[in-house]
Design a protein around this ligand. Sequence first.
Ligand SMILES: [Zn+2]
Length: 374
Amino acid sequence: MCLDSTKCPLCDGFAQAELSYPNWVVPCGKCGHFLIDDSAFRLLPEKDLKEPDFPGHGKPFDNPFWGSRYLLSAMARECYEKAKDERQEWLVVEAGEAHGNTTVRERVKGIQNGDQGNLARLIAEAQMKAPKTEDDKKIGVLSLLHRHYIACGSSVFEIDCNKDYPLFFLKGPEFLTSAVRFLVDDGYVRVKSETMDGTMMLEITSDGCQFCERALRPADSKRDWVLAPLNNLGGAVGIVARDRLEKLERIREDNEHVDFLIRMCSEINSCFLQGHLLATLLVMRALLNYVPPIFGCKSFSSVAAQSPVSLKEQFETLEEGLRKVADYQTHRTMKPGDCYPSRAQVEPYKPAFELLIDEVIRTLRGTATGAQQR
Ligand SMILES: [Zn+2]
């Protein structure tokens, strides 16, 4: 329980923390500068939120925050990059209880219930932003180089792998180096120089720029250059927002039948992100055909017909609009002057599509708990 004020409580790196009542100010090279209350300062380094194993008890207790410190470190760095010297904007990490005489287990319980501090919220937010797949990790790094290029006109960017991994919500420097290696293999990035201590001068190639330009809408590439990796933009870029996918993932824990549905949603997002709009439309239409049994119906038009008035109109938009656009694109035959669909053919259906996904989630949850729907 002893507090080491020379060690960053989020990444264990060297950081000379100073008490500035009621919080500690931690100037960390990796996490940026942030504030933390005494309680969180004591709690977090505690075996990374994991209670020590006792003899006879093989497993650690079921702790949803175990191993989550790196996520807080990423959140702190993100705030710091936005705010720099404006201290009032730095992240404040709180576990809310001053003494810390209670066990780690009890305190984690309090945090989990949301009645202590902001840890639960911060970790949940960071989990949404953190890359889930190897591709996400690569895109995170590449999109930062691209943003830098757009903002400064320079295709060269220096990263310090040992310090900059929190910028990409990664667990450690090795994940950043491997993402860079993969990008080099893809031909999207060149390493211009590299030192033994992990500093690299990276250059985004024209292929890399083209990839980002295809994947990002113009509005998004104007965002602050250093912020969210591409996947953090969640619903702003894809069709099915990341939090909806997360909800479906949680349903999958008890109900693996949703596997295919999740794959469809991910495929819709990835097609849309890469500008494959024909495929986006077709998989969206396929989803309309796929979900009716969830609502006890045979066709999507019956789903629309039996929905409450407020939803009915939205679902009819999908049936009458989205389906027709997708049909048109599937059944057309070659003519001079054929045009590839633009995003404008998909975007009008995003709100109704989201409402449908919400309704699917709501109904699946009802089914999972055995409650009768409708
Ligand atoms: Zn740190």
